[in-house]
Design a protein around this ligand. Structure first.
Ligand code: AMP
Length: 305
């Protein structure tokens, strides 16, 4: 089916209700994005389409989460290509509102605060970023609530269609924060995390990768290599030896390492022991961020042993 583009909240509600009714749908999925879509977003869309009767993808570059007006201005906008990618994955509705539609009264007075979890790692170098991101995610999650009282919607017992929203593991801190917001504030939605999609060489796909030169793109591979090293050591129950993995990153002159640590996957607090000498046991999340040329890149890996 051709994808339908809607730009207003009223239009989104009308179209989603129409589709749920005509399909006797019992579930709706939402895939929030900022556009400039690539295979990573496609994986989110594909998962949502597999799991839901109706799927909405939102495309909105949220000014509230950009500290820097230049970064906001040069964020890539590729609506026609985005619609083609979403349509190929079977997404029903693309919701691409204007800034005025989302913030009709200008910047919102009341916002979501991301607390301690939003102040570290990415939050430390981008103050206010996660408050802005969570505020728009809260709004998007509300826009995407499926219409109640539709035919067949009672089949899973609640009388309401099931509602799921899809986020990439690539942005691990954002995913952890969204899960906390939904739990702490009782949003009626199930959050589904989707594994990071990488290039054949291992680089985590990102809308910002297009700003890398060929040389910088090659240099950036050191991030995923360092993460893979930790994954292998964890799986082999060897000491992680984070320092030697960090040294590998720092040996690459085009890469300026910001942080690299192993944390608890839910709280993002550093694990007390980074297992320099003792074998790694249990579960952890390795987080890495670095500037490569003009671009700030983040990546992460689950460590399990
Ligand atoms: P963005 O458009 O960058 O805000 O990302 C929208 C969603 O796509 C977020 O939930 C991201 O975590 C997710 N995403 C971005 N890149 C990837 C990737 N390489 N693999 C999986 N998900 C991704």
């Amino acid at each position: 089916m051709p994808i339908k583009l809607v730009t207003t909240v009223a239009g989104l509600h009308a179209e989603s209700a129409r589709l749920l009714t005509s399909r006797q749908g019992v579930s709706q999925g939402l895939v929030p994005t900022m556009g400039a879509l690539h295979e990573g977003h496609a994986a989110l869309a594909r998962t949502a389409v597999e799991q839901n009767d109706v799927v909405v993808a939102s495309i909105f570059v949220n000014p509230l989460q950009f500290g820097d007006a230049v970064d906001l201005d040069r964020y890539p906008r590729t609506l026609d290509d985005d619609l083609a990618l979403l349509e190929a994955e079977g997404v029903d509705l693309a919701f691409a509102p204007s800034v005025e539609e989302v913030y009709p009264d200008g910047e919102p007075l009341v916002r979501v605060t991301s607390g301690r979890l939003g102040e570290k790692w990415e939050g430390a170098s981008r103050p206010g970023h996660f408050d802005g991101a969570l505020t728009v995610v809260a709004k998007l999650l509300h826009y995407g609530v499926p219409a109640a009282g539709l035919a067949g919607a009672g089949s899973h017992g609640s009388g309401l269609p099931a509602y799921r929203a899809y986020f990439g593991q690539k942005d691990a801190q954002q995913l952890a924060l969204v899960r906390r917001m939904v739990a702490d504030l009782n949003f009626p939605v199930e959050i589904v995390g989707v594994a990071t999609v990488r290039s054949a060489e291992g680089l985590a796909l990102s809308s910002r990768n297009r700003f890398l030169s060929d040389e910088e793109r090659d240099a950036a591979l050191v991030l995923s290599r360092a993460l893979r090293l930790l994954e292998e050591r964890a799986a082999a129950r060897e000491p992680l030896d984070l320092e030697s993995a960090a040294a590998l990153v720092e040996s690459q002159p085009l890469v300026a390492l910001d942080y690299f640590d192993v944390v608890d996957p839910a709280t993002l607090e550093p694990l007390a022991e980074n297992c320099r000498e003792t074998p790694f046991r249990g579960e952890g999340l390795a987080l890495i961020a670095a500037k490569v040329g003009p671009v700030r890149l983040i990546d992460n890996a689950r460590l399990v042993s």
